[in-house]
Each structure stands twice: as C-alpha cells, then as structure tokens.
Design a protein around this ligand. Sequence first.
Ligand SMILES: [Zn+2]
Length: 148
Amino acid sequence: MAFECPYCANLSIELLVDLAKTELSGLFFPQKAFYRHQPSLGALEEAATKGCSLCSLVVEYLKSSRDHVNQWPYYTDATQLPSTDVKIALNSSHIRINEQLEKVQVFDTLMVHIGPWEDIGEEATEEELDAFYARLPTLEFNIVNLLG
Ligand SMILES: [Zn+2]
C-alpha cells in the first residue's frame, strides 16, 4: 500500500463535516474549526517525498500556482512566512460570502490554508498590515464525483 502520512491517515470526511457544522463562515477559512494537518512546509514536503498523495497534491499546487502580485509560485511565498502549519477545512462551492450551514447542499471543496490566516482588527499596526497582505490565499480543491 502507498505511504500515507499520519495527518492524512487520521483525516476523514466525517471529521471535516463535524468541524464545518461547528463553524462555517461562507467561503472564508474558519477561525477555529479546522483540522490541524502537517506542522510545517518542511514536514509536508517530507511526507510528499515519501509518497503521501494528499501531501503531494498540496505541494504540487503550491509549486504550480503563482501569486498575482510578483508572479512567484505560492511555494516561494510560503517559504517567507513566519509559520507554515497546514490547516484543512471543508466548504461548499455554491454558497456565498457570509452564508451559513443551512445553505449548504453539498460539501464539495477542500480548503487548505498554510501559515497565518487570522483576521486583523481595524486598529492594525503597519507591521500587522504587512503580515496580513503577505498571507497565502487559501488553496481550494474542488471534490469531483469521478463515478458520475
Ligand atoms: Zn499526508
């Protein structure tokens, strides 16, 4: 059997659905109810190198997608972050900003966020603002029913 890292092995759709029922804030990555995945980009890459498929998928995404500002791969941006822990949550592609759980018909989006993601307050300092704009966007993987 192919290698699966412990973080991916312990991940299940049921667990993610339970988390989404606890906190779902339409289209945004949740502040608290998410799955704690790999502790760092280095650990994620190590698991990918060993053959973990979800870890590999996330690393591939980071290396092949570029940010709109300086056209660097997200991977390069990630290496500049003060922390690079990996967080995972479920979401739905058909809900809108601020819509809640009762609007969800199907959970079909796996959200992956790497590093800092907290919102900042209105009184944010310049340093906090710089850190906020340096955050990585949340990566979204749409779950497609391959069995049709
Ligand atoms: Zn993994």
